[in-house]
Design a protein. Structure first.
Length: 169
């Protein structure tokens, strides 16, 4: 029987340093497909993706917050965008959260590492990101997910602890 530590769905690797090894287009497509498995409000996906590998743009986007500088070195910087006209509040935030969780689980399952820089609903961050990505300002929220091959051993956080189960029989 497979233990929970061997099953990638139960763990999360948070990587903040990457090798120069590129992530293949097939892997990126697998990650995006996983993200699209989130149930969506009114059966319409409220988000879209921007896959950024351009070094200059990654550096600019890494300036979104004081702690996001490591995003510039990631082989892939994925922007998850949720537009106002495609959303159905309050489900868009729930959907986006599930989408990002699915992305990170697939990233881990592929042997990559990544971290979500979080949804950026603050107006100044939204404007900055819209300017960098050359988008109009119809964005409800944006999340950045840098990922790639880990440069060093990464801390893996177990997501499943059998001791925390309450059995009610």
């Amino acid at each position: 029987m497979e233990s929970c530590s061997e099953n990638p769905i139960f763990k999360r690797a948070s990587v903040r340093a990457w090798t120069d090894q590129p992530v293949s287009r097939e892997q990126i497509i697998d990650v995006l497909k996983a993200g699209m498995q989130a149930p969506s409000a009114m059966n319409s996906q409220p988000w879209e993706f921007a896959v950024i590998t351009n070094p200059e743009m990654k550096t600019r986007l890494a300036g979104i917050s004081p702690y996001s500088h490591f995003a510039a070195g990631a082989p892939v910087l994925l922007a998850v965008l949720c537009r106002k006209e495609n959303s159905c509040p309050p489900y868009n935030e729930i959907d986006m959260g599930i989408c990002i969780e699915n992305l990170l689980l697939e990233i881990t399952a592929l042997g990559l590492g990544g971290v979500c820089l979080g949804v950026a609903p603050l107006k100044d961050r939204m404007k900055y990101m819209a300017d960098v990505l050359q988008l109009d300002e119809t964005l409800e929220s944006i999340a950045l997910v840098p990922f790639g091959y880990p440069k060093q051993d990464v801390h893996v956080t177990e997501r499943f602890d059998p001791e925390r189960i309450r059995w009610i029989e």
